[in-house]
Design a protein around this ligand. Sequence first.
Ligand SMILES: Cc1cc2nc3c(=O)[nH]c(=O)nc-3n(C[C@H](O)[C@H](O)[C@H](O)COP(=O)(O)OP(=O)(O)OC[C@H]3O[C@@H](n4cnc5c(N)ncnc54)[C@H](O)[C@@H]3O)c2cc1C
Ligand code: FES
Length: 251
Amino acid sequence: MHILRRFDKTCKIISNKEICAGYFELKVKISNISKQCVPGQFFMIGMQGVFLRRPLSIYDFKNGMLSFLYKVVGKGTDILSKMQSGELRFLGPLGNGYNLETYKDLNNTIVAGGTGIASVHFLATKLKKKGVLYYGARSKKDLLCLDKFKKMGWKIMVSTEDGSKGYKGYITDILEKKIESKDVLFTCGPTQMQKKVLQIAREKNIKAFASLEEKMACGVGNCQGCAVKIDGQIKMVCKDGPVFRLDQVGL
Ligand SMILES: Cc1cc2nc3c(=O)[nH]c(=O)nc-3n(C[C@H](O)[C@H](O)[C@H](O)COP(=O)(O)OP(=O)(O)OC[C@H]3O[C@@H](n4cnc5c(N)ncnc54)[C@H](O)[C@@H]3O)c2cc1C
Ligand code: FES
């Protein structure tokens, strides 16, 4: 069990660089959370000019440096992308991350779509057995950090919707053909992709964990804004998830 020492404080921006068109990597120096960040957890990040904080997954955490990988999609992420220095307010680490212990003997398989790659990147650094990454995006320019996964020793299968790199179509088309019963799946990405991944896992009786994404306002279970039905019960993605076991999720 991980003991979480959550904090709410301002942290200094170390860098906030556009790594490719529309995608940024934010690095901040953070103290007092030492080893307690678990892959799949996230922070609520506050910035001036928007009322609510925005949730971003932990992309990496080492030597007291916390990194986030994000896409500019609206007002909050646009303001964030323009901040080259100064301070931001951080609440976290929040939520329950991926379970790395339960299926240690199985082959680790990661399935990511779009910016879901941020959360599974941190996971990939922590899994001892490097397996296969299945990664789908709209176009070649939306495929991020492939070099990092390669360097870590992950085998990579990619797909793009426009066919500019890898298989033309959805990553789940490849996954369906290749997945084996001795795999354990970790998935993060758009809801439609996750639905298909979980359908494949169910049909083939494969263990799986899914990180769900819902619009969030508070991030700590107070506003009920991220409610979903899990196991016939209402759960908060921010507090009870964002990572759930396949057999719990009703997608
Ligand atoms: C647990 C979690 C982890 C996430 N991790 C990442 C990540 O690592 N990288 C990344 O690029 N994106 C991530 N997202 C999505 C990211 O939070 C949204 O893209 C961002 O909040 C959009 O804010 P905005 O002001 O730019 O857009 P707007 O559309 O203007 O946002 C308006 C409001 O809706 C909320 N909102 C909008 N889209 C989402 C969304 N998809 N999920 C949750 N709330 C949303 C915002 O927080 C805000 O309150 C994550 C979402 C969740 C729930
Ligand atoms: S975001 Fe408020 S309860 Fe989840």
